[in-house]
Ligand binder design. Structure first.
Ligand SMILES: C[S@@+](CC[C@H](N)C(=O)[O-])C[C@H]1O[C@@H](n2cnc3c(N)ncnc32)[C@H](O)[C@@H]1O
Length: 561
């Protein structure tokens, strides 16, 4: 059992999902290959693409088959694979079929990011690079500096995206890249740099695969990109997507189409709200308590501050990749020598847990993700005595990735919140006073935006159309990040009178939810919003549409009581 789990984990770390030979052969069959072409498979695994390529290349050429094989293996075909066992399997597969490899073959057992080729100019790079794999920690920062941005836009440090970026460097002008890839990169904002790079350097086309293999359910596609310079269109499953439409979306989405593009010709929610993630505590169980429906909760711990001696070992254990800059290192060593301390917090188990009532001066509602829409009463509280001193001290003394406090400037403010991982936008009203958790991103009105916009935006986010735009154009993965919500079109097509009616309807909804009513996504009052926000084409309206409502806060505090 444990062995199988370890094997699965090792496989996941290298992103090892092998391509079935039939699929590799079908992809290779669609490519133009000449007997002169230099071809690279940068992560050849057990060799499906190598076999398909050799098979195809063996069909053409003036020589006898044995000479043809020798030419292919010494001059045409190049391959890299990091996993020795898989590389051996691939070689075995080839040898069984075509006989021993010539001594000068070009199949390397190496890390693609360290591999060097005498002539770094390939006509074709083809394969199925690792998805969700890991990098050699010794070079990952260097790789991030080299490939992690394109024209100021992020290209997330993922094995498949950096494989694409590195391969683009290795392809000659007019050459082609053809990769099976996860389709996640087509919308997510952290891959905006990859989409831009592909459109700046190549003409690209995508073909979604109905199924890839039994080993993974990850939706996959075949990306074919010819290095012909900047392109003004993209081809997706045979349809043409103009670059202009892609550029209308804040995320440079490859999932836009003309029908969706009409929404993006006006302001977006970011003109009205600022959205943010919340904080990650690291160990919620130390500070966050379940709140019962009776308003009571149990506190099993007490908290004690103490002076913790600073040591290099402790700081190294908390540092990213276990590394510290020489300057920081010598500062810490100096602090250790003179016995310096830092304030830390100790969590002590109480002999008998306390039962407390909420509201309580030392606790605040903690906005964790929940499935509620419109409004959901808090189900968690957090120990927040002295403005969260214990939690913030715990984070400061924890691992490097816990040091930042996500959303801190917005703690306590009234706004909106939603479930980060969801197939629909589960938007709800967030009353003032909450501390924010990273699982439930939040949005707050920008300074000077009228409070009514909160109800208008809440209503819009609850419509099926807003979810459709979110899940097709803005982020088709399971997550709904803060930036995704900021990029939603603002319903600029709704006329003023209709808008006033919507605001009124949403206020009523929230009020009854605050009074205890529960609304599911199918509630008629919620579904009525779909028709209220229906798109209406209005000539000339876009051009004049500025966030007109930035006229100051509404003096009526609807929910103040
Ligand atoms: C998704 S599998 C695909 C294998 C093969 N291309 C296929 O289509 O069947 C990705 C492969 O990349 C290899 N790999 C992961 N990181 C690598 C690296 N840095 N350099 C070379 N190969 C790597 C894995 O061991 C795995 O065999």
């Amino acid at each position: 059992m444990a062995e199988r789990k370890a094997a699965r984990e090792a496989k996941r770390q290298l992103g090892q999902f092998m391509t079935p030979l039939a699929l590799a052969a079908a992809i290779v069959d669609g490519l133009v290959l000449t007997p002169e072409a230099r071809i690279l498979e940068p992560a050849f695994g057990d060799g499906a693409f190598l076999v398909a390529l050799i098979e195809r290349l063996m069909r053409v050429g003036p020589e006898a088959p044995a000479d043809r094989f020798a030419r292919i293996m010494t001059r045409q075909l190049f391959g890299v694979e990091i996993d020795e066992e898989l590389a051996e399997e691939a070689v075995k597969r080839i040898v069984e079929r075509w006989g021993p490899l010539p001594a000068q073959h070009n199949l390397l057992t190496a890390d693609f990011f360290r591999a060097e080729f005498i002539n770094e100019s390939f006509d074709l790079v083809v394969g199925n690079p690792p998805f969700g794999g890991t990098f050699d920690p010794a070079i990952e920062d260097q790789l991030d500096r080299r490939y992690g941005r394109w024209d100021g836009h992020k290209l997330k440090k993922e094995t498949y995206s950096f494989f694409i970026a590195r391969s683009l460097e290795l392809i000659r002008p007019e050459g082609t890249l053809c990769f099976i890839s996860s389709d996640t990169f087509t919308t997510i904002s952290t891959m905006g740099g990859l989409r831009r790079r592909l459109m700046d350097e190549t003409s690209a086309s995508l073909k979604h695969l109905d199924s890839f293999s039994g080993e993974t359910t990850q939706p996959s596609l075949v990306l074919t990109a010819s290095k012909t310079g900047r392109s003004t269109e993209l081809h997706v499953d045979g349809a043409v997507v103009p670059r202009d439409e892609i550029a209308l979306t804040g995320n440079f989405s490859w999932k836009i189409d003309s029908e969706m593009a009409r929404y993006f010709r006006g302001p977006v929610l970011a003109d009205y709200i600022v959205a943010t993630g919340g904080m990650t505590i690291g160990r919620n169980e130390l500070f966050v308590r379940d709140l019962g429906e009776d308003g009571r909760f149990t506190e099993p711990f007490s908290f004690e501050f103490f002076d913790d001696p600073i040591t290099l070992d402790k700081e190294l254990a908390k540092a990213r990749l276990g590394r510290l800059s020489p300057r920081l290192r010598s500062r810490i060593e100096e602090q250790e020598r003179r016995g310096a301390v830092q304030r830390n917090v100790r969590v002590i188990e109480r002999k008998a847990p306390l039962t407390l009532d909420f509201p309580h001066p030392d606790y605040r509602p903690y906005n964790k993700a929940n499935k509620g829409i419109v409004y959901a009463p808090p189900r968690h509280v957090i120990f927040w005595r002295d403005e969260g001193d214990a939690v913030l001290t715990f984070k400061r003394n924890g691992n490097w990735y816990l040091h930042g406090v996500g959303g801190q400037p917005y703690f306590g403010r009234e706004g909106l919140s939603w479930h980060l991982v969801s197939s629909s936008i589960r938007m709800r009203y967030l009353p003032a006073g909450c501390i924010l958790d990273s699982g439930a991103p939040c949005a707050f009105l920008r300074p000077g935006v009228a409070r009514d916009e909160l109800w208008f935006i809440l209503g819009w986010c609850l419509t099926k159309e807003a979810t459709r735009i979110m899940k097709t154009v803005l982020n088709h993965t399971r997550n709904i990040q803060s930036k995704d919500v900021e990029r939603l079109p603002y319903p600029w097509w709704v006329a003023e009178a209709a808008k006033a009616a919507i605001i009124d309807a949403v206020q009523r909804l929230v009020r009854s939810a605050l009074e205890g009513a529960e609304f599911g996504a199918d509630a008629p009052e919620v579904r009525a919003l779909d028709a209220m926000f229906a798109f209406v084409a209005q000539e000339g309206r876009v051009a004049e549409c500025v966030p007109a409502s930035r006229t100051g806060m509404d003096p009526d505090s609807l929910l103040a009581a």
